[in-house]
Ligand binder design. Structure first.
Ligand SMILES: Cc1cc2nc3c(=O)[nH]c(=O)nc-3n(C[C@H](O)[C@H](O)[C@H](O)COP(=O)(O)OP(=O)(O)OC[C@H]3O[C@@H](n4cnc5c(N)ncnc54)[C@H](O)[C@@H]3O)c2cc1C
Length: 464
């Protein structure tokens, strides 16, 4: 049975770690109890492991003493997955942040889970290598958190997501055993594919302590372009025409009018006030090919009534164009105090239908709905802007979320493209995977974690 930690349990956990790596100081308890959703619940103890053995000992103790353990990376999650809802120990993985090996001959790397994604990308790029997954949080979020959440990003349209680069893992099971999954080779079919099961399992099936990642050669050049449109439909037609032409851009990002206005107010990026939609498009690869493709895309956008086209001439201009996209999350937070941020995904061809239905919904509930995201793979971030303190308005906003998921599923989509389920979307899970799907998740969870001590209360509505 799960219970709060008594003094003896606290002392036993403290004995696993050297003094500077474990804390029950109020500031640590406060700092590690929330994530980017703003939800919070305090752990009773915070520990910063440096080895799989420390993780293993903590988990074994948790089973013996009945307290819970929750792994945590940078706490940037958007669904409450790292919040220790039953208190216990928060295991903050950020001190296990070394690059253990970069194997240039075999295009792989072995890293620890607390390594910040953007830092890893910079290191491999120095060697002419490339790690494509690029969540917008990459300068803060950790590779362990990315794997646990199955993170995606703008480059998914061409290169896929974190899952596609995870070759193998070292995992401490909730019962304390340490296992290796996958292999250091691209091919491996030995037993069940536990690597894939761990990706997106939101820290409920085990704690990742080492990661073997696949790398690619770094593309020679990247070309970046902004295209502004006077209608959402024209921008959606451009997306369809680009892919129909056989071009797979490196990124194909979409921002609606509300997003453009919010960014302009926030950073003054020089975006036109009358743009109804914006596409941020990149091509990459060998110089001639990237150049040829960006010119073809330019032509397609012009033919589809783009009102303005801007191609970055150098790295500095490229960064300026990306600043508009990367500042979006903060920019739209200024529209109203509360942002309900969903990351639904529909088949690419359904984006115009989705945007038009969302616009009808915004009128119906009389609230701003801001849409942006990865048009290239149909993953649109839908943000219902509201104020949590205004009870009537907030209830209307939550009603809008119910409708957003219903619209998404009716269009053949999925309720989360990259942010996961956590606490926030647990009650919607059944609408997508059914009761039998939920029962199976619970059975898998019990097989891994019979005492439900690892990150309980996540994914399924009422835990196991
Ligand atoms: C501004 C902003 C932009 C974002 N953009 C994107 C985006 O483009 N794409 C995207 O996919 N997400 C995005 N996110 C969401 C978030 O950054 C990702 O979910 C990210 O992968 C979380 O990583 P983290 O290190 O912060 O993990 P945390 O939030 O700390 O933890 C997330 C989950 O991972 C588990 N976990 C962490 N480390 C381990 C480990 N070593 N072993 C097992 N489980 C572990 C935790 O228990 C928890 O369940 C964004 C968030 C913000 C704030």
């Amino acid at each position: 049975m799960l219970r709060m930690m008594d003094q003896q349990a606290r002392d036993l956990v403290k004995a696993i770690f050297p003094p500077g790596d474990v804390s029950d100081e109020p500031e640590d308890i406060l700092a590690y109890g929330f994530d980017a959703t703003g939800n919070e619940c305090a752990p009773e103890l915070v520990a910063f492991p440096r080895s799989p053995e420390q993780v293993s000992e903590t988990l074994k103790l948790a089973n013996e003493r009945g307290f819970t353990v929750t792994a945590r990376g940078a706490g940037t999650g958007f669904v409450g997955a790292s919040i220790p809802v039953r208190h216990g120990v928060a295991l903050v993985m950020t001190r296990m942040n070394r690059i253990l090996e970069i194997d240039r001959d075999n295009f792989t790397a072995l890293v620890e889970p607390g390594l910040v994604t953007g830092q890893f990308q910079k290191e491999v790029e120095k060697l002419g290598l490339f790690y494509p997954p690029d969540p917008a949080s990459l300068n803060v979020s950790t590779l362990g958190g990315n794997i646990a959440m199955g993170a995606g990003g703008p480059r998914a349209v061409k290169y896929g997501v974190t899952r596609d680069y995870t070759l193998g893992l070292e995992v401490v099971l909730p019962t304390g055993e340490i296992i290796q999954t996958g292999a250091r080779t691209v091919k491996s079919v030995v037993g069940y594919d536990f690597t894939r099961l761990m990706v997106g399992s939101e820290g409920t099936l085990g704690i990742i302590t080492k990661i073997r990642l696949r790398l690619l050669p770094k593309p020679d050049v990247v070309r970046t372009m902004l295209a502004m449109f006077g209608s959402v439909n024209d921008s959606a037609m451009a997306v369809a025409a680009i892919t129909k032409e056989g071009i797979i851009p490196r990124t194909l990002e979409f921002m609606d009018k509300n997003s453009v206005t919010a960014v302009e107010k926030y950073i003054g990026a020089g975006l036109p006030a009358d743009a109804e939609a914006l596409l941020l498009i990149e091509t990459d690869g060998a110089k001639e090919l990237a150049e040829k493709e960006i010119n073809m895309i330019k032509k397609i956008c012009s033919q589809l009534n783009a009102t303005q086209l801007r191609v970055a001439r150098d790295e500095a201009e490229r960064e300026t164009l990306w600043k508009a996209r990367r500042s979006l999350s903060q920019a739209i937070s200024r529209i109203s105090p509360t942002k309900i941020n969903e990351d639904i995904t529909v088949p690419r061809s359904k984006i115009p239908d989705l945007i038009s239905k969302l616009s009808e919904l915004a009128d119906k509930v009389n609230l701003p709905i801001v849409n942006f995201g990865h048009a290239g793979d149909g993953n649109i971030h839908v943000n219902v802007m509201t104020d949590k303190n205004n009870k009537e308005e907030y209830a209307r906003a939550l009603g809008a979320v119910d409708e957003i998921f219903a619209i998404c599923l009716a269009l053949g989509g999925t309720i989360s493209g990259e942010h996961g389920i956590g606490l926030e979307k647990a009650r919607y899970l059944e609408s997508e995977i059914g009761k039998a799907g939920i029962d199976l998740i619970k059975r898998v969870k019990i097989a891994f974690d019979p005492n439900d001590i690892l990150n309980p209360g996540k994914i399924t509505p009422e835990g196991v």
